[in-house]
Design a protein around this ligand. Structure first.
Ligand code: NAD
Length: 285
């Protein structure tokens, strides 16, 4: 069966789902965005309007009313059966709760046409934990975007042992077609490529500062000059926001919990959460 991806349905219109839907529609695909109820769809409409302004101002080709037309063209639905009835690809970006994802895939598997490919944007769950709930493990894989897809345009593609290689390739081609740089993983890995590299770097930077070895500025300067990278771990942490790393560290081993405590006492408790609050490890105007 040839796999032709033209019609895409995105499940979940939160931070990432709204961006994935917008980027896909911006690149000329037919897109339906699904969320649980009318309130969520009203919020989605607001997100698409905000994204239209970003694409108009920051993305080449987004001017002359195109970004606004894209926002208008995205179909909205809170009826799952209708939303997926003619989808070639469903990209799922619902909350990161395994049981919720499993339930959703059980419903989806029963409602979507046989040809439909399913892709999860999950950051931390492995597709093998979900595949048996899809009813079509050969047509299921992970397609993982980064926040601000128009700017940080990696798309990490990771199948399970059951994913059909033709499905995998079709999703790689789709990622390119929507302007992403496909990053192909050959087997499952928690954290994909990016977070497998980034998380240890951020933790090592925090361990240097929390241990009193070097100030955050000195750590960042070393990384920038020593490797030519544009930003050091603390500059990156300010962009990510300090809450997400805190939530991960606080559930980790003894060393991780020490770092969590340091982050909380020195930054989070003082409202220094990163760029979003005007101050993290650095001050922003
Ligand atoms: P979010 O909380 O911003 O959005 C989740 C959306 O899903 C909400 O609109 C919610 O109404 C909707 N939803 C809830 N239950 C649903 C259901 N049963 N069916 C359909 N929609 C439902 O979450 P997010 O940050 O966009 O994350 C979504 C997924 O994307 C997660 O798996 C996360 O790991 C992944 N992700 C997030 C980021 C990020 O930076 N936020 C980056 C990469 C991947």
């Amino acid at each position: 069966m040839t796999i032709d991806i033209r019609k895409v349905t995105v499940l979940g219109t939160g931070v990432l789902g709204s961006q994935i839907a917008f980027q896909t529609a911006f690149r000329g695909f037919d897109v339906i965005a699904y969320d649980i109820d009318d309130d969520a769809l009203t919020a989605a409409k607001g997100r698409f309007d905000k994204l239209a302004a970003v694409y108009r101002d920051e993305v080449p080709g987004g001017g002359d009313g195109k970004a606004e037309r894209v926002a208008e063209a995205i179909g909205l639905s809170s009826d799952l059966a209708q939303a997926v009835s003619d989808a070639d690809l469903v990209i799922e970006a619902i909350p990161e709760v395994l049981s919720l994802k499993q339930e959703t895939y059980e419903k989806l598997g029963a409602l979507a046409p046989e040809r439909t490919v399913f892709a999860t944007n999950s950051s931390t769950l492995l597709p093998s934990a979900i595949k048996d709930f899809t009813g079509r493990p050969d047509r299921f894989l992970a397609l993982h975007f980064a926040n601000q897809v128009w700017h940080y345009n990696t798309a990490e593609i990771m199948g399970t042992a059951d994913t059909d290689p033709a499905v995998y390739q079709a999703v790689v081609d789709f990622a390119s077609a929507i302007g992403m740089v496909p990053i192909e993983l050959r087997k499952e890995k928690a954290g994909y490529v990016l977070n497998s590299l980034l998380v240890p770097l951020l933790n090592a930077g925090m361990a240097l500062a929390a241990g009193g070895y070097a100030e955050p500025e000195a750590v960042d300067k070393t990384w920038r000059i020593g490797t030519g990278a544009p930003a050091g771990p603390f500059q990156i942490l300010d962009v990510v926001g300090l809450t997400t790393p805190y939530n991960i560290l606080v559930n980790g081993d003894e060393n991780a919990q020490r770092l969590a405590k340091w982050l909380k006492e020195n930054y989070i408790d003082q409202g220094k959460l990163g760029i979003a609050t005007g101050e993290g490890f650095y001050k922003y105007s």
